[in-house]
Design a protein around this ligand. Structure first.
Ligand SMILES: Nc1ncnc2c1ncn2[C@@H]1O[C@H](COP(=O)(O)OP(=O)(O)OP(=O)(O)O)[C@@H](O)[C@H]1O
Ligand SMILES: [Mg+2]
Length: 318
């Protein structure tokens, strides 16, 4: 498992690692799954991944019920008597050394979590040549998906190794930016470099975002503004996503994020700030639940935003 907040470098680490192993490697990009995805969508992720490695897998797929090779692509039949099961597919891959990565795997958790988890559990038990890598920026949701604390999950109690990616130190960030600017052949003052490193707080995705724009000649202020807009859009998408309807819940989360962004850093402070914002009091269990949800989404921990840019964006949510 590769975990860490958004833009910390999970997909990059995954790509580098997979390019260095001597095996058939497949990356299933689960981020493209819509909430409430269909079985057709799930299977098409697998067929896309297989199609992109067709030369390495074509002989394994021959004769597999429900799989057909069409030109340069693989088609997987996902319903009816002739459909392929994910377990059969994994068994086939097992005749080679194979590494299958599920990027942003927590997206699989609804609605077909059982199907996905059963396939993973099957490979874990029977397919010794298949290794699985799961990544997720919403660590809590990823644990929920595998059923870390759920005895009824087929993956409960299984051993896994977690690689938790952490942000760059201030020194590493400065060094990273300097080397980037050198590579691009642009001169950028130490002040600006320090300014980027401070604001974007060691998150490589943001450092790259800001570095490229500054290299194009844009001012730091302007780049920060653009980053906050991006983060604001992501926060709003999240708030609007199915988990946060209806409207009351949406307003509560918006108020909670705004309170924490403005510095409410204890239970009592958050409670009173929410009272002011919403004009009514919340029960402890509701607040507890909301805080836990924000934690599971890796947005807030111990009343603090994990990403400074998200905090700035939350200041605008009022
Ligand atoms: N170790 C690194 N060295 C240099 N650049 C990096 C490193 N890690 C990440 N980056 C840069 O940061 C960007 C974001 O990284 P990446 O997409 O891998 O993060 P992620 O954790 O998968 O993000 P998300 O949660 O949004 O999927 C990449 O485009 C890459 O340019
Ligand atoms: Mg990623």
């Amino acid at each position: 498992m590769i975990s860490g907040i958004r833009r910390i470098g999970k997909t990059s680490v995954l790509n580098v690692a997979l390019s260095e192993v001597n095996a058939v490697t497949l990356i299933i990009d689960c981020r493209t799954l819509r909430p409430n995805y269909s079985r057709a969508e799930l299977y098409s992720l697998f067929s896309e991944a297989l199609s992109s490695r067709l030369d390495r897998v074509v002989d394994l797929l021959r004769g597999l019920r429900g799989a057909s090779i069409m030109g340069s692509g693989v088609e997987l039949r996902w319903r009816g008597r002739d459909s392929v099961s994910l377990a059969d597919l994994l068994d086939r891959l097992n005749s080679r050394r194979a590494v299958i990565a599920l990027d942003e795997a927590q997206r699989l958790r609804r609605p077909l979590s059982t199907e996905a988890r059963d396939a993973i559990a099957h490979a874990y038990d029977y397919d010794r040549n298949v290794s699985l890598v799961l990544t997720g920026s919403e660590a809590g949701l990823l644990y929920d998906f595998i059923g870390l604390k759920d005895e009824s999950s087929p993956l409960y109690g299984r051993y896994f190794r977690e690689v938790r990616l952490e942000r760059f130190s201030r020194g590493q960030s400065v060094e990273f930016l300097r080397r980037g600017f050198d590579e691009l052949g642009v001169e950028v003052s130490d002040d600006v470099i320090e300014g980027i490193a401070e604001y974007f707080d060691g998150i490589p995705g943001w450092l790259t975002f800001a570095g490229l724009r500054v290299a194009e000649g844009r001012g730091l202020e302007d780049v920060r503004e653009e980053a906050v807009k991006v983060a604001e859009g992501e926060l709003l998408d999240l708030l609007r996503s199915r988990a946060f309807t209806p409207e009351v819940t949406y307003r509560r989360y918006r108020a909670l994020l705004s309170c924490i962004a403005r510095g409410s850093d204890s239970w009592g402070k958050v409670m009173s700030c929410l009272g002011q914002e919403l004009g009514s009091t919340l029960s402890s269990s509701v607040l507890d639940n909301m805080l836990r949800t924000l934690e599971r989404l890796s947005i807030v921990k111990d009343y603090r935003f994990l990403d400074n840019v998200y905090r700035e964006a939350a200041l605008r949510l009022r």
